[in-house]
Design a protein around this ligand. Structure first.
Ligand code: PLP
Length: 485
């Protein structure tokens, strides 16, 4: 199947090449020339892992043996074979995406990506080892480490800002086991770590490190189509659950509300709809960083505003890269997308044509919710539905509620839950009983004691685990560190 850049239809590559390259040479994102045809009814009858095989296989047909790759990615790593369970709370249905090895929704994609990369590398006869380089502000680093650990033919190196991640996030990363993993703190903030990584790429020759080094650089970030494709599956899984519970009939449409940052998760929902799943509205939920709310409501994307630090940090973002794919899909016009992206880069904003705005309106709705409302939502949902949400999920819940109140659309609503409440214990505990003065690990214990919701296995006992990666570097020393891997 042919893929090309969002900014130019040439050159076209196959799906294995698109996964290996990540970003297109012109800076655009890879999109399929045509979306595949899927037998939706057959897909909905399958267990989740076979659904994944069918959907990812349809999106990336040039990567062979998808059944084995899916099993290697998920078996034994997720809490259940259904991977992403749904919970009927009596009000909204919650789709729990956090039952993977690091309790973050990014696990769904980052367990699969290494398998896809290695298989694509074999399919293309590449013999160099791949080195995944990632700078992280918290969640992505650990999910990438867990996904890539001990995968043959790949190494992974994660840099995080010293003092810039939470105690739990740091503990998750520095205790990572595996014969192919490296983790190192960088003096400075996230931007310093990110700049250091970009400098390493800039110093390389087309992804090859200098001085005869046999490692080929790549990244694990969410622009790779190999990260997007696995996320389509859970929309089908949620729909199948509603069917099985008798809450809908085949063909009934279901609304989905998605806590959004880089627009990858919600775009996967839009692709699910184009593959034939009866999806109603896709609700884009943001926190105080409401660039996307403004865009979907007005048609103008404007990043010229301060970035707020919020209680839902994985959504603190001003430029949502995957939106570029939606602009292409809805317009089919690479020249238009190239021009809008150029304007975003040089002037900090763009406005889409009326027809494109209308196409967005037909399928999306957007809202946002600040930290106070998110915390009130955590407390209220726990009180009324006995369901414990993290801050990102609460943002989605609040926006879903706004939508129902403002539109009266009461089709079944699925709220995507993107993190375990135990990944953000300070905010969740304070929502329930006020500020505590406890450290993060004690906050987890306290949260478990008052809610009865169990701490996920991977977060239990983290404090006692052996720290394996204690190095700290200046960003100037990062290249040398990587050359030594
Ligand atoms: C990454 C992340 C998001 C945002 O997902 P996008 O695909 O970037 O929109 C939301 N919540 C959590 C907890 C995340 O880690």
């Amino acid at each position: 199947m042919l893929y090309h850049s969002t900014r130019n239809e040439l050159p076209a590559v196959d799906s294995a090449q698109a996964v290996l390259a990540g970003l297109a040479p012109d800076g655009g994102l890879y999109v399929p020339r045509n979306l595949p045809v899927l037998d939706v009814a057959a897909c909905l009858e399958k267990p989740t892992m076979e659904m994944a095989e069918m959907i990812i296989g349809a999106m990336l047909p040039d990567i062979p043996q998808m059944d084995q790759l899916v099993r290697a990615a998920y078996v034994g790593k997720f809490q259940t074979e259904e991977l992403t369970p749904t919970v009927d709370t009596g009000k909204f249905t919650v789709l729990e995406l956090f039952r993977g090895p690091t309790s973050a929704f990014k696990d769904v994609a980052l367990c699969m990506l290494p398998q896809l990369l290695v298989a694509a590398r074999q399919a293309k006869g590449m013999d160099e080892e791949i080195l995944i380089l990632t700078a992280t502000s918290g969640d992505t680093g650990k999910a990438a480490l867990a996904g890539f650990a001990n995968v043959p033919g790949v190494k992974i190196c994660v840099f995080y800002p010293q003092g810039g991640v939470s105690a739990v996030q740091r503990a998750q990363m520095v205790t990572q086991e595996g014969n192919n993993v490296a983790v190192c703190a960088v003096v400075g903030n996230f931007d310093d770590a990110q700049t250091g990584v970009k400098n390493i790429f800039a110093a390389s020759d087309n992804g090859r490190l200098p001085a005869g080094n046999r490692l080929r650089l790549s990244t694990a970030n969410s622009i790779n189509i190999g990260r997007l494709a696995p996320q389509i599956t859970y929309y089908f899984k949620a729909y199948a659950d509603l069917l099985h519970r008798g809450q809908i009939q085949m063909g009934d449409s279901v609304n989905f509300c998605v806590p959004t940052g880089n627009f990858g998760d919600i775009l996967a929902g839009w692709i699910a709809k184009k593959l034939g799943l009866p999806v109603g509205k896709l609700l884009c939920a943001s926190n105080a960083n409401n660039v996307l709310t403004d865009f979907i409501r007005t048609g103008t994307y404007d990043r010229r505003r301060p970035l707020h630090k919020t209680a839902s940090p994985s959504m603190d973002i001003l430029v949502s890269s995957n939106l570029e794919r939606l602009l292409y899909f809805l317009s089919g016009d690479t020249a238009l997308v190239a021009q809008l992206m150029k304007q975003l880069n040089t002037e900090g904003f763009y406005t889409v044509p009326e027809s494109l705005k209308a196409a967005i309106d037909a399928e999306f709705w957007a809202g946002f919710c600040g930290d106070d409302e998110a915390k009130e939502t955590i407390a209220r949902v726990f009180r009324e539905q006995h369901y414990l949400c993290d801050t990102h999920t609460a943002t989605g819940w609040a926006v879903a509620q706004q939508y129902v109140e403002q539109t009266g659309d009461n089709r079944p609503m699925v709220v995507l839950s993107t993190a375990s409440p135990y990944k953000f214990p300070a905010a969740v505990l304070s929502a329930l009983e006020g500020a505590s003065g406890l450290d993060e690990f004690d906050q987890m214990e306290r949260l478990q004691a008052i809610t009865g919701v169990e701490i996920p296995g991977n977060l239990q006992g983290l404090r006692e685990k052996k720290e394996l990666h204690t190095g700290v570097l200046n960003k100037e020393a990062m290249l040398e560190f990587v050359m030594g891997l």
